[in-house]
Design a binder for this molecule. Structure first.
Ligand code: SF4
Length: 989
């Protein structure tokens, strides 16, 4: 029989499919006639958004390297990024839509494959009914995705308030604590200016945060002779290259900041000029007690100057002028020429009311927070705290310099130079993931402010579209009347409340959202509380859902506290046999633990198979010197029937005829997701992407839609960036040129100044309501004391809430997790290359602590909390302070998930610390409340207290708890795929 001639590429692929050849042999000679290509796109092996080059041969993925032209990583790639090839060929890939078999239990993983058309019809029928009757019964919660501008738009147009992404269980304390204080935050929206800093203090930052960009900057910083201090309970990889590692007990960072403030203020190492002009430090606070204005800023009584500020638009505050001893207006005119506003002292207004500058109150607040006080809490010697304060002051003031950059402030004063304060900080989840995290982050932001290092050269710098107003002009919906059948919400589901009137509560004070966000339980929960949804929906508190759609979040495993109970809740039924959460839709690219619980599974693509945007409407990749956004473009076709979740949402929105996705004639408005991205405009001329706008692609930031916009991004390394003139690089909270520009380009609704809120009258407005001193909304009785305590207008430290709920003598150790450099959450549990770095985890314990518990290095132990216990392997480590134990997050797996072989290391030896963490804590007066920060609802992941006990040997040593394996769902790619050849080996000669 004559051989059939295949085109070279195809025959080669077929041969490779059935051969035992490795997936990639870098030493193999080039294949004659092979077509090689290099395509650029954006990495998504973690959230840093590095630019990558994907090398293809005959359309097949060969390897991935960093894109040297990309502003984020400049060619650098990490292990995860390079291992994207193994994500692409992972055996755990889902390839077909799946429907749970009738009568099967959730968690059993019994599915039948269905067509996309059937999947869409199921969703369309169900969601049409919900939307026409009670839209809040549909909830959409997503994990660490980067498309919240789209998912939020979908939810708002659907008319449901029940929408959020991962922020509430990740780092909302970092975002909210900073934004409510300085108008910006770390990572996407700001960071340390290491190019000009002399001292860099990193605190509470895991191995992978802001990974490549921060490492590139750190390497340059160290070469330039900068001093790097890392403060962390664990000597992380960052700490290892620091000049000094200062161990600290988890949850005590706020006490350290308070003591540093004490030292800096006591020794007068503060930036007086900055505080007087650019912060609310000199503004006078009313000291009268018991009235409705207690603790609020005094305001100009002249009716022509308007009513007192509402927390969002303060506009007529007062200062005491030391030059002539009179009280003058501070805002909006600013500090008048010649006025020297007092930062200290107590004064009396003309009407006899007593007042004091807010800085005086801060001074009084930190007075008892001595280094000795903080030492007893943090474990850091008092002398070291004093020295650190001295180092901060020395860097900010003795090493200060000026850049020859003239700028004009918001009140018209021209500054001939820009003042540098070369002390920079970076902090992240180690501060945030505690129930005292909001006030801890506030304390850090205030510390940075007294040093004058906000948007200053060498300090913290904003990235566009930040800074935002304090409080940002994003109100969430606040009335049950706003939820109507077949009607979009007339405010976004998420926002930044400025006062109790903006809470999402019913008339009787009960929450309006399923996660209880923006309720009296967690008023400033700007990112929602994904970690409460399953518990609340199962109990029907405040109501039952019909359909819960989860995207890219492993809620049946590592994305939830109290994991075993949550798995039971997902399967909980009413007496009539109906599931308490009637319909569960899971969209994921991989067979995660959560997939087994779904009623409907939607197979997502990988990041190499789809369009994506890192938008100014969401989380752009802006740099300090100007805005930047970027895209992903497909470099390979989708596997099987995989469909990007973005396409699913655009398709669903079109079928449901959601207004933003429908023409006035009722027709479908967008062909697909790329079409939506190009043509959707929330305001005229503003779209998801800001590069190459205008019909001919010659306009940027603002302009008409350009049908060739995707092409332009693809031709330009998938990134657009704009460097602003130097005059707009710094001091942007008060920089007139920048504020006007930001408003013109649609980044801000107003061009008003962003005064730093060292003292927060917003927080005070909630406290006054709790104390019954205001006429508006007031919290229910059982939450009054909680609100009055934690909504303190000045930062303070209090022990994590778990400490009061457990016997800390019995459970003396803090247990924390961090993500390893080589894996991002559970995303890479199925990645053949990365599994070789971490296939199971240990509990890392200081030898002194382990020996005291009688556990050998490498031995098995029980880690036990008041809420649960896990059996795990322990490793001695000098790189952790003795009161802390820690492990890698999300390495332990349920047997059978992620297409891991039965009894794989991840399931047999790996373990999940989540089993030790309760999702609720008792509350005064009875009952329980989410184990979260009382201000923002941030999950208190790192508050858990544990003890260690030796474990008896077992015949076949294994971690505990173990989960019964679930079968592979139909269509999962499986281990027979060529991807099972996991390692590139050199061919034998
Ligand atoms: S740091 Fe993150 S985005 Fe950058 S290459 Fe590594 S995995 Fe990819």
């Amino acid at each position: 029989m004559a051989a059939r001639a295949f085109p070279l590429g195809r025959s080669h692929r077929l041969f490779r499919l059935f051969s035992r050849e490795p997936a990639h042999d870098p030493l193999a000679p080039p294949v004659p006639g092979a077509v090689t290509e290099i395509k650029t796109t954006t990495c998504y092996m973690c959230a840093c958004r590095c630019g990558i080059r994907v090398h293809l041969r005959d359309g097949e993925l060969r390897y991935i390297d960093g894109n040297p032209n990309h502003p984020i990583n400049r060619g650098v790639i990490c292990a995860k990024g390079a291992a994207g090839i193994m994500k692409q060929v992972s055996p755990a890939r889902l390839t077909r839509p799946l429907l749970r078999k009738p009568g099967s239990e959730r968690g059993a993983g019994e599915f039948e494959p269905i067509s996309w058309e059937r999947a869409f019809r199921i969703l369309e029928d169900r969601l049409t009914t919900i939307r026409a009757t009670d839209p809040k019964k549909f909830a959409l919660f997503t994990g660490r995705d980067q498309m919240q501008a789209l998912t939020g738009l979908f939810a708002r147009n659907f008319g449901t308030p029940n929408y959020a992404a991962h922020g509430g269980f990740c780092s909302v304390n970092m975002a909210a604590g900073m934004i409510y204080t300085i108008g910006g935050s770390f990572w996407e929206f700001g960071g340390p200016d290491l190019e000009r800093a002399r001292l860099f203090v990193m605190i509470g930052t895991a191995e992978d945060h802001h990974s490549n960009p921060l490492k590139i900057a750190l390497s340059k910083f160290k070469r330039q002779g900068g001093r790097f201090v890392s403060i962390n309970p664990v000597r992380t990889g960052y700490s290892a290259i620091a000049d000094e590692w200062i161990p600290i007990k988890p949850g005590t960072d706020g006490a350290l900041f308070m003591a540093l403030l004490h030292e800096l203020i006591a020794s007068d190492r503060i930036d007086h000029a900055f505080l007087k002009r650019f912060t609310n430090a000199p503004q006078l606070v009313l000291l009268e007690t018991g009235c409705e204005r207690e603790g609020m800023f005094a305001h100009d009584p002249d009716p022509a100057k308007g009513a007192p500020g509402d927390g969002r638009h303060p506009h007529n505050k007062l200062v005491f002028d030391k030059t002539d001893g009179t009280i003058k207006a501070a805002y909006p005119e600013g500090i008048a020429p010649g006025c020297d506003p007092a930062l200290d002292g107590h004064y009396t207004l003309a009407d006899g009311r007593r007042v004091a500058p807010s800085f005086q109150l801060l001074r009084e607040r930190v007075a008892p927070c001595t280094p000795e006080w903080a030492s007893a809490i943090t474990g850091i010697p008092a002398a070291r705290i004093v020295k650190l304060a001295h180092e901060l002051g020395a860097a900010a003031f003795e090493q200060a310099f000026e850049l020859p950059i003239a700028w004009t402030d918001a009140w018209g004063k021209k500054h001939a130079t820009t003042q540098a304060r070369p002390v920079a900080f970076h902090a992240m989840r180690g501060l945030a993931a505690h129930s005292n995290g909001f006030q801890t982050v506030r304390a850090l932001a205030v510390l940075m402010s007294v040093l004058g290092t906000i948007d200053a050269p060498g300090g913290f710098r904003h990235k566009a579209p930040y800074p935002r107003h304090i409080v940002p002009n994003f109100r969430a919906f606040n009335s049950p009347d706003m939820i109507k059948p077949n009607t979009p919400l007339n405010a976004a589901p998420l926002g930044f409340p400025a006062n109790p009137e903006e809470l999402a509560i019913c008339d009787d004070g009960t929450p309006m959202r399923i996660d209880h966000a923006f309720s009296w339980e967690h008023p400033l929960s700007a990112h929602g509380l994904m970690h409460t949804v399953i518990t609340n929906a199962t109990r029907g508190e405040p109501y039952r859902l019909d359909t819960l759609m989860i995207f890219m979040a492993n809620m049946a495993w590592n994305s939830t506290m109290n994991t075993m109970a949550v798995r039971e809740m997902l399967n909980a039924k009413d007496e009539d046999g109906e599931f308490r959460i009637p319909f569960l839709v899971v969209c994921d690219a991989f067979q995660s633990e959560t997939v087994a619980f779904a009623d409907l599974v939607l197979p997502d693509t990988t990041y190499l198979e789809r369009h994506d945007v890192m938008s100014m409407l969401d989380r752009p990749i802006s740099e300090f010197d100007g805005p930047a956004d970027s895209v992903r473009v497909p470099v390979v076709p989708p596997l099987g029937e995989c469909k990007p979740f973005q396409e699913v949402l655009v398709e669903l929105a079109s079928r449901l005829k959601l207004p933003a996705f429908t023409t006035p004639d009722g027709e479908r408005r967008f062909k697909d997701y790329p079409d939506f991205i190009v043509n959707y405009e929330p305001q005229p001329g503003i779209g998801f992407l800001m590069g190459w706008r205008g019909v001919d692609g010659t306009e940027h930031l603002r302009g008409a839609p350009n049908p060739k916009q995707w092409e332009m991004y693809a031709k330009n390394d998938c990134v657009f960036s704009l460097h602003l003139p130097q005059t707009m690089h710094y001091m942007r909270n008060w920089n007139r040129e920048y504020l006007d520009f930001a408003k013109e380009k649609g980044w801000r609704q107003k061009n008003d100044v962003v005064q730093l809120a060292l003292y927060s009258d917003t927080l005070q407005s909630f406290r006054l309501a709790a104390k019954g001193q205001t006429a508006g909304r007031q919290p229910p009785e059982h939450l009054r004391e909680r609100i009055a305590t934690y909504f303190d207008p000045l930062p303070f430290w209090y022990p994590p809430l778990e400490d009061a709920a457990v016997d800390t003598a019995k459970y003396p150790l803090s247990a924390i997790t961090q993500r390893p450099m080589a894996m991002y959450h559970s995303w890479d549990s199925q990645n053949a290359w990365l599994r070789q770095i971490h296939s199971h985890n240990y509990l890392h314990v200081n030898p002194l602590t382990a020996q005291k518990a009688g556990i050998a290095d490498g031995g098995w132990c029980w880690a036990e909390s008041a809420w649960g216990r896990v059996r795990c392997m322990l490793r001695y480590s000098e790189a952790v302070e003795p009161g802390t134990v820690w492990t890698w997050n999300a390495i332990g797996k349920a047997d059978g998930a992620w297409q891991l072989a039965p009894g794989a290391d991840e399931a047999r030896k790996g373990f999940l610390l989540n089993h030790l963490i309760n999702d609720e804590l008792p509350i005064a007066g009875g009952g329980a409340i989410s184990n979260s920060d009382p201000v923002t609802g941030q999950a208190g992941w790192y508050d858990v207290r544990v003890r260690l006990l030796p474990a008896e040997p077992e015949p076949r040593e294994a971690s505990s708890p173990q989960i019964a394996a679930t079968p592979a769902p139909p269509g999962v790619r499986g281990t027979n795929a060529r991807a099972s050849a996991p390692v590139a080996r050199r061919r034998e000669p």
